[in-house]
Ligand binder design. Sequence first.
Ligand SMILES: [Zn+2]
Length: 80
Amino acid sequence: MYEHVSLHTVWQQGLVICLLCRRCRRRAVVPHETLGARDGNGKWVAKVRFVCSRCRARDFSVTVCRTDADVKRFFNEYRR
Ligand SMILES: [Zn+2]
């Protein structure tokens, strides 16, 4: 589960953090620089605060993707 993924792990394993805004349903990938994903950052992904650039909401569903196919699937759900 993403709750137990640290920013160090995101950096180390090249994970892709995908967000779904629960208010406006916007989907986005968060760049590692924005996350603070780097060597030695032990902060949990679940503790990172995000703000939706479209509606300013702070309520997100977080999906951790490991492969390009996972990311593609995440965005494909959007179009349905
Ligand atoms: Zn939003």
